[in-house]
Design a protein around this ligand. Structure first.
Ligand SMILES: C[S@@+](CC[C@H](N)C(=O)[O-])C[C@H]1O[C@@H](n2cnc3c(N)ncnc32)[C@H](O)[C@@H]1O
Length: 191
């Protein structure tokens, strides 16, 4: 067998293994994520929300489904905030850990955010899926500190009124980014 054939088989095998790992990690986490796949937010969308939500170095930031951790690292890089990423998909978690290795002030945990007390955070980011947004809203209403800000990519928090809705120019279909201020967002929405 020629060397080229062997190289091709090795590459194809590698791609197959990575795909299988991806399918396996999605299948493992889908009962929890209810369909929120590991899809990353673009750098333009991250910059847009960071411009709109200034933070201080003593703020605490959580991305409750952090994927590869890019949002967590970007918030820390821009504002030096303590940043935590929670992730349930094992492959995404591993990627986030590797990419965040050695960055002081950035933590990544393999956790279902529903089981984590997020009251330490005063800026919360999420890019999840419509089916879970009602539960997310209920969790935030129970745990958030007054003055906390919430950023939700693409999907609104049911019953909450956004302070701002950003639509970065280049996003496909003008996907919105909702910015909320707690508790005003809930109080006014219920009047
Ligand atoms: C659409 S991706 C967004 C990733 C990242 N936040 C970003 O914007 O680039 C949603 C991520 O949330 C994770 N996720 C969904 N439900 C979760 C849960 N209950 N606990 C932790 N992570 C969750 C998924 O595994 C997925 O990686």
């Amino acid at each position: 067998m020629s060397t080229w054939v062997l190289i091709f088989i090795a590459l194809a095998g590698g791609v197959f293994v990575v795909k299988m790992l991806y399918v396996f990690s999605v299948a493992m986490s889908i009962p929890v994520t209810k369909g929120a796949l590991f899809v990353s937010t673009s750098s333009l969308r991250i910059k847009t929300f960071l411009d709109a939500v200034p933070m201080k170095a003593d703020d605490s930031f959580i991305d409750i489904g952090c994927g590869d951790g890019r949002v967590v690292r970007a918030a820390h890089r821009r504002y030096q905030v303590r940043s935590l990423g929670l992730e349930i998909n094992p492959l995404a978690y591993l990627k986030a850990r590797v990419l965040s290795f050695g960055i002081k002030g950035v933590r990544i945990r393999w956790k279902d955010f529903r089981k984590v007390d997020i009251s330490e955070a005063n800026v919360i980011f999420c890019y999840l899926f419509p089916d879970v947004m009602k539960n997310v809203a209920e969790k935030l209403e129970t745990e958030l500190v007054s003055g906390a800000r919430v950023v939700s990519c693409n999907f609104p928090l049911p019953g909450w009124r956004p302070k701002k809705v950003l639509r970065p120019a280049s996003s496909r279909h003008g996907d919105p980014i909702y910015i909320y201020q707690f508790p005003e967002a809930c109080v006014r929405a219920r009047l």
